[in-house]
Write a protein that binds this ligand. Structure first.
Ligand code: PHE
Length: 360
């Protein structure tokens, strides 16, 4: 009996010491395998006297069951530990972003579009839109620029390619937002007050020109629209947009085929110390073209020029964004450089409105 107790302690200790599946299997074979120690002992029972067998038999059997159970328990414990270790190692935080979050910002052009939309909305202008791939007719003819007109060359137009035998009307990438004037008049009739911000294209590339840039068109049509109202509207816009008390605009006589009379508009500014200040100083900066809508343009838009008149203007958005936010190089606008965007961009929740202050 003493011997059984020793066997028991020794095997239970070895089982407890087995530190892996392979080690435990080796212990099992050594104890309960065909030539294992316990199995050999069981075989010896046959050579015992019946009395000896009566006491040793049940004891050995019980020992065999106990070792078997201890092996199973140890195996379960080792499996659990292995699973725990694997779970800890292969742990994955699914709430982490797959990539470091690129911190984007609102582009100054988008911000400025929101700002000017808010300002003009306050003056009763709705936003109108037109396609960027525009018919030659909307971009030129309807705006009183016939095929032989020199203005067509000045616009450095991108023409859409047409296969031979394709006789759909010719299309161009719109060279200005003015074709939206025609589309708005055709869609809404008179009276009418719209702005149309958007992309325009000209074959031009240097420090101050990119082949794609942004304009905002303005158009007001009513019974008695005057140049004075144009001037007031633009002054009011500049005061709100540049967020200064006084702005001074200078109207210079000019020529556009789609307005008569026409004026280019400069804003008073100062470049003292290399810093631009709007509304003071001795310099003037051109910011837009404008005029009274030409009767032929009203007609092309389906509006009777004998009963209605209008003013229109077209302003470069990129230019006024550079002015307002002190951005030196136009080309950087379209390079998609995140460092530039982080520096000049706006927080997504800083949506400009007149009540909250435009640029905060
Ligand atoms: N379309 C003109 C341009 O691109 C600007 C303009 C618009 C001038 C409306 C007068 C009236 O230069």
């Amino acid at each position: 009996m003493e011997e059984i107790e020793q066997l028991r302690r020794r095997w239970l200790a070895r089982i407890a010491e087995a530190d892996g599946a392979d080690a435990l299997e080796a212990v099992r074979v050594a104890a309960l395998g065909k030539k294992g120690e316990i199995s050999l002992r069981m075989r010896e029972l046959g050579r015992m006297t019946p009395e000896e067998r009566q006491s040793a038999g049940p004891a050995l059997n019980a020992l065999k069951d106990e070792i078997d159970a201890a092996l199973k328990a140890r195996k379960a414990a080792l499996d659990d530990a292995a699973l725990e270790a694997r779970l800890a190692e292969e742990w994955l935080d699914v709430t982490l972003p797959a990539r470091p979050r690129p911190r984007g910002t609102v582009h100054p052009v988008s911000q400025v579009m929101e700002e000017l939309t808010a300002i003009f909305a306050d003056m009763g202008f709705a936003v109108a839109e037109g396609p960027q791939i525009e018919t030659d007719w909307h971009n030129f003819d309807a705006l009183n620029i016939p095929p032989e007109h020199p203005a067509r060359q000045e616009h450095d137009t991108f023409f859409m390619h047409r296969a031979e035998g394709d006789n759909r009307p010719p299309h161009v990438l719109r060279t200005h937002t003015s074709p939206v004037q025609i589309r708005a008049m055709q869609a809404q009739g008179a009276p009418l007050r719209v702005i149309a911000p958007g992309r325009v294209y000209r074959m031009d590339m240097d420090q101050t020109h990119t082949p794609m840039f942004h304009q905002v068109e303005g158009l007001a049509v009513d019974r008695e629209i005057s140049m004075a109202q144009l001037k007031w509207t633009l002054e009011e816009f500049c005061r709100a947009f540049f967020e200064v008390e006084t702005v001074e605009l200078r109207f210079r006589a000019s020529h556009f085929p789609f307005t008569e009379p026409s004026a280019e508009v400069d804003i008073r500014c100062s470049w003292a110390d290399g810093q631009l200040r709007i509304g003071e100083g001795e310099d003037w900066m051109e910011i837009l073209g404008s005029g009274m809508v030409h009767p032929r343009v009203l007609e092309a838009g389906g509006i009777d020029p004998a009963a209605w008149q209008g003013f229109a203007f077209g302003m470069g958005i990129d230019r006024i964004a550079m002015l307002k936010y002190g951005i030196p190089d136009l080309r950087a606008f379209f390079e998609s450089d995140l460092r530039w965007l982080r520096h000049y961009g706006f927080a997504a929740l800083d949506r400009p409105d007149l009540a909250g202050g435009l640029s905060r």
